[in-house]
Design a protein around this ligand. Sequence first.
Ligand code: C2E
Ligand code: MG
Ligand code: MG
Length: 685
Amino acid sequence: MTLQILLIEDDPGDAALIAAFLRQSRFNGHAPRLRVVDTLAQARSKLLESVPDLILLDLALPDSAGLATVTRVQELAPETPIVVLSGHRDAEFEAQVMEAGAQDYLVKGEFDSALISRAIRHARIRARLEARLKLQDAALRAVASGIVITDSEAMIQWANPAFTQITGYSLEEAIGRKPKELVRSGLNDQALYEDLWQTIQDGRVWRGELINKRHDGSFYDEELAITPVRNAQGEIQHFVAVKQDISERRANEEKIRQLAFFDALTNLPNRRLLRDRLQRALTACGRNHHGGALLFIDLDNFKGLNDTLGHDVGDLLLIQVGKRLVECVREGDTVSRLGGDEFVVMLENLGAKPEEAAPQAEGVGEKILASLNHPYVLQGGEHHSTPSIGVTLFNQSDVSIDELLKRADLAMYQAKEAGRNTLRFFDRAMQARVEARAALEGELRHGMQAGEFTLYYQPQVDGSGRVIGAEALLRWNHPRRGLLLPSEFIPLAEETGLIVGLGQWVLEQACRQLHSWENSLPTAPLTLSVNVSARQFRHPHFVEQVLETLAHAGIDPRLLKIELTESLLLDNVDASAEKMSTLKAHGIGFALDDFGTGYSSLTYLKRLPLDQLKIDRSFVQDVLNNNSDAAIARIILALGQSLGLPVIAEGVETMQQRDFLANHGCIDFQGYLFGKPTPIEDFPG
Ligand code: C2E
Ligand code: MG
Ligand code: MG
């Protein structure tokens, strides 16, 4: 490529001389191509046409003179190197010309072809280097990363504007000082600095993150890379540090973490974080020979409060519960919220042996009970809440997290069953019970379909010993365990709701029996008592079903008696009374079973359409050798009389018991003395 040179020279002699010099010179093997103009105005129009590789500039032109000429030409061709041709040597002027942006300064008459060629070459090189430097400088200033250049002693020599922006230190404040004098926060490990210094001294790049301090004293997270720069001899002469303020990124990371691992309402760890910590605690247990405990906490009346006062108030309560829980535990323990009103507290660093850990965990549990029992002030109103707490201990990692949570949960349910506002421990026996229960439930379902249930009949007699009826008592012919009594399966049937179907079956069976009794004269007047449990009685279709069953069997409703317990009836007296009245209108009778064991609240009993009171077996049993039992029996009998209700005694085993009861006004009797519960084939009649 031929070098294009523009000569701006008004003296034709000088121009000719320079042209002659240049004809002899070679750039990349070619003589340069020269264009000559003699005014600045002409130079302008030429430069607009095309930009040359270099400008040779005479400063004394007809339309411009002196230093201003350099500036003007430079404005016309900012990137093009300029070699000034001056009429005289003047060191001070030369310096000004160079300062103004010219690349070289030649004095006319003092140069020949070789000198001008060399000046042209050097001017081009210098222009290129300057352009590159300018670009790099602009880049260093423009980047968002803070850049610091130090000497080998870490003394700052230069820093870019981003450094100022991040740290708050101006370039002037930074130069000559060490970074540690400016930004060290005291919040990083000393070991980190040692590693940093060691690494860069060894000539390697150090990358890491530091917490640093700004000029104004605030802290920021910094991502930092320090690169050692060696000189030609291989010695480290500089360090270049590139730093980023990552505070915002950190804040975002923290926000994400917060969302992923913490409950939004209470800011407590959520289930995920609890599991994570539990996993770590289990691993740590094996190592440090400590034990731990999980406390599963459920609020007893939360749903009610939430429904009546609204979710906003419910939320406030949960927040306060969370705060109280945190106050009950030590620093390293975890208080988490699983959701709803379920909280789990994880205690660590308890004794390794269960006998040590158990009282420690219980201590915390009691503290929690006491704390959560205090009234809560929510939106001005005072509210009360109690927790049920299930506790399980852990001391090795041989039990899974799920298993532990399940155990604590089970223990919590035990606490609920034990009457709430209390604490229960999980233990092996409890676990076994739970498993047996699950198995029993399956068997119960199956047994109902397989016809494994049967009714036994126990006679009821009047004062003269004549059989007047019977109580139908359920039995389960378990294929493996033999004949099971109701106490072994009724509670579970009740809990699982299976009692509804089972009870319906009993009712149908009883009606069928009544029907067959009706067909023969001696048995026609016999009544049959059927036990109905709470769940069954509360079922919305209970009344309908009883009536339908009776109608379907085509029997006299007056022969059917339903036995209910006090606790069942008192749970909702009005609803109970209403159901009973409907059935009673059809002739069905009602006996109050197990009388004496409940509240025996007269006020309520008067509101219920009862036909009979049944003294509980437990009073009958000791009526002769326990004064207080005798007294109770007498009072019940008196009560029956005052209410105008006949009383029947159950569990009568001896003649003496019968006589005592009869003497105090008992009308009817039931018990082994008159007959045990038997299959219908063995029933007298
Ligand atoms: P319950 O209604 O109080 O029944 C009386 C219980 O006392 C029966 O126990 C009966 O066998 C027992 N018993 C009767 N006389 C004597 C006696 O002289 N000495 C002794 N030691 N015991 C006597 P069982 O059959 O085990 O029933 C227990 C409970 O199971 C019943 O108490 C009743 O609450 C419930 N139950 C029985 N059958 C049904 C049923 O079909 N449905 C429902 N829901 N519950 C039933
Ligand atoms: Mg009964
Ligand atoms: Mg009873």
